[in-house]
Design a protein around this ligand. Sequence first.
Ligand code: SIN
Length: 304
Amino acid sequence: MARVYQQAFATTLSNVARTDYERITVKPLAGALGAEIGGVNLARLDDKTFAEVHRAFLDHSVIVFREQDITPEQHAALGRRFGALMIHEFVAGLADHPEVMPVVKEPREAFVFGNVWHTDMTFREIPPLGSLLYALEVPEYGGDTMFASTYAAYDALSATTRKLIDGLYAIHSAGQVYGPKGELNEEGFQTGNQATRIHVKKEAEKTMEHPVVRTHPETGRKCVFVNLAFTTGIRGMEPEEADPILRMLCEHSTKPDFTCRVRWQKGTLTFWDNRCTQHYALNDYPGRRRRMHRVTVQDKTRPR
Ligand code: SIN
């Protein structure tokens, strides 16, 4: 146990404030990941500031901007600076901006979208590079989002476990969430929770394989790439063999030491690197409304 913790803390040292930014300020949120970025108007981002924002994104995996005021067009345009935008096949976008996905909980609703540790859309052949979530209306307290660094999770594993999982391929599917037998298919769910518009489809049951340990295409760092919501097995293993390994990796990847927590205000925009993080939207604000817009950026290559 002691050795594991030593390794985890060694990793956390990488999330220190760097001083070589000229246009922006960068204030780490926690030891493992996350930083608040200052000095930026996201509606008008010149190339030099954009380059620094991109560097901060790679350095900290989750970057948070406060007091922004952007339209859906500006939100989508910001996402496009990082790559092509994705349209979620199981969650409706805005009628006039299908690439902008409302993530909403009304006061009468119990369901909170993203209320399980997950990495977005790993059921896709090329899962997202990242997502930009913008807060339009938030409860006075509650409704935070937690993030976990899967770099830190990998770095903290023993050499023996790394040897076991390096080279394995995991099976991913949207079926257990968005499929006809998935958890969002219940009639009660469909009638009682409609603010975030979920489309249950048979095609959600399709499977996709990705490495259990992936190498980040821009930083070259290794990270654990399995999650509770969408990972269903390991290629070549029986469920009795795969399930305990996946359970251990999912629990390990979201240990408190590897997390940070974003408290939202109206106008906060958070951009997370979906290749090296997981996140969890808290369901702790019954009777209150939370309204967000999400833009999801496509990655360029399959996880390797
Ligand atoms: C998501 O998983 O995309 C939603 C996160 C949140 O609403 O905090």
